[in-house]
Design a protein around this ligand. Structure first.
Ligand SMILES: [Zn+2]
Length: 463
């Protein structure tokens, strides 16, 4: 299996550190607001990656942090006149609801930063003892970038340019180097604080991840994921922290990053008014449609979210459901694989695995599924598939769906009568008999169903 490693900037054979064991960590959200569909993109991608690794027989431990103490949380709490930790708890709960409704089930543990203060303090202390961290009185502890010459090896930035990119959250005129990042902040009045050996304060952002992973995985582990915009400075800082503490390299063997998500070609932001939360999306579309949309693009490529794109995904799911419904209706009992249905199955599994083994190429894997449907549909139409073969085909779908999660387990059924009318309309359209097709569309509409034609075929919705 080949995986693209951001650290080496190339595809590499995936070989975990210890046999079949895979320790995997992905940066979780800062819980000061509802999660948006950019988050959904990242978390769906890594859910599928973890599920595929499990499918391949790896024993995956997938851990995610929750940033439940941070400047943004404190600022939002102030605005809403709430306690920061109370506000964080509310949005932490909302996040768990969101991931559940998205069918994200592969994470074995969510680790909120405030539960790891002891480990965080221990890491800062060790960094200080080894000379990597220094204190600025009445400010906090900082990492001294001059002591870690390899800073920039993940993002490809040099120390000089890294220093130029002053991190917004860690501005302090008294830092030794411009790019030095914060490890521990001494508390200001009214802010949440912990009484520790470092002084009263709260953790910086980057240190929570290495403290959490050291506790659960040790000094080194297999796979670290996150959104692309976290590479610098966040992931770079993680490497500096942990490799300085342990003296062992590499801290993480494989680094995986998801591409950006834009809305109608624009960056998502509250000021542009195009901020779309997961829960708002799920009021209109199913989780499966959103998953299908995300997985139709390779996880490293950018996605442009458009209304037409999610409708087209929904239509794609309907194609699969319609196919599965046809399989369920098969009554032929002869035990035989007719007209090469068996070969089509073997070929499809092979193509699916090849796609997924090539850096989790989900669009290719989905294409293999649609190719199979296209090849099997004529056999179904000619009544050439027996019940036993149908069962095998459905089983293969289940196998794929356990990884991708794009076919709803329970669906609101469109009546067979309507589905037959839609089939007929498609045939008419293929034969360019458009006015008859339009008549049929009106008939379907009068029965309470609406059709929209999309890239993946017609989308049927109750009116
Ligand atoms: Zn992180």
């Amino acid at each position: 299996m080949q995986i693209y490693n951001s650290l080496t900037r190339q595809k590499e054979e995936f070989v975990p550190r210890q046999g079949k064991k895979v320790n995997m960590f992905v940066c979780g959200p800062t819980v000061y607001d509802y999660s948006h569909i950019g988050h959904a993109r990242t978390y769906i991608s890594f859910d599928v990656i973890a599920k595929y690794l499990k499918y391949k027989g790896y024993r995956v431990k997938y851990l995610q942090n929750i940033t439940d103490i941070e400047d943004k949380i404190i600022a939002k709490a102030k605005q809403e006149n709430k306690e920061p930790l109370t506000l964080a708890k509310e949005f932490e709960k909302a996040y768990y609801q969101d991931v559940k409704s998205l069918g994200i089930t592969s994470v074995y543990k969510y680790a909120p930063a405030t539960k790891y203060i002891k480990q965080i303090v221990s890491q800062v202390k060790r960094l200080k003892e080894k000379g990597f961290a220094y204190e600025i009185p009445s400010d906090g502890f900082y990492f001294d970038l001059k002591k870690f010459p390899e800073y920039g090896k993940l993002s490809g930035r040099t120390t000089e340019s890294a220093e130029d990119a002053v991190s917004r959250i860690d501005e302090s005129v008294n830092k030794k180097n411009k790019g030095d990042f914060n490890l521990w902040k001494f508390s200001k009045p009214g802010e949440p604080k912990w009484k520790t050996e470092l002084g009263e304060g709260r953790p910086g952002w980057h240190i929570e991840d290495t403290a959490i992973t050291e506790k659960h995985f040790g000094e080194q582990y297999d796979l670290h994921g996150g959104a692309r915009d976290l590479i610098f400075p966040h992931h770079e800082a993680e490497i500096a922290q942990m490799e300085s503490i342990s003296g062992k390299k590499p801290f993480v063997k494989y680094w995986l990053h998801t591409g950006f998500l834009t809305i109608n070609g624009q960056k998502m932001s509250k000021s542009l008014g195009n901020f779309i939360t997961i829960r708002d999306t799920l009021k209109k579309y199913s989780a499966e449609a959103l998953r299908f949309l995300v997985l139709s693009t390779h996880y490293r490529s950018p996605i442009d979210y458009r209304e037409e794109a999610i409708k087209s995904s929904w239509a794609g799911i309907q194609r699969i459901e319609e196919f599965l419904r046809k399989l369920s209706n098969i009554r032929r009992l002869e035990v035989q694989l007719l007209s090469g249905a068996g070969e089509i199955l073997l070929e499809t599994r092979k193509e699916f695995l090849e796609a997924m083994d090539d850096d989790f190429n989900t669009p290719q894997a989905i294409a293999a599924i649609f190719k199979m449907i296209k090849e099997l549909n004529p056999l179904l139409a000619e009544n050439k598939v027996d019940k036993k073969s149908a069962k095998k085909i459905k089983k293969l779908f289940e196998e794929f769906n356990n990884i991708l999660g794009i076919i709803p387990r329970k669906t609101k059924k469109t009546p067979n009568e309507i589905l037959d009318m839609i089939d007929t309309r498609e045939k008419l359209r293929r034969d360019k008999r458009y006015s008859e097709a339009d008549d049929l569309r009106r008939q379907i509409s009068s029965k309470g169903y609406q059709i929209e034609d999309t890239e993946h075929g017609p989308l049927v919705k109750p009116r």
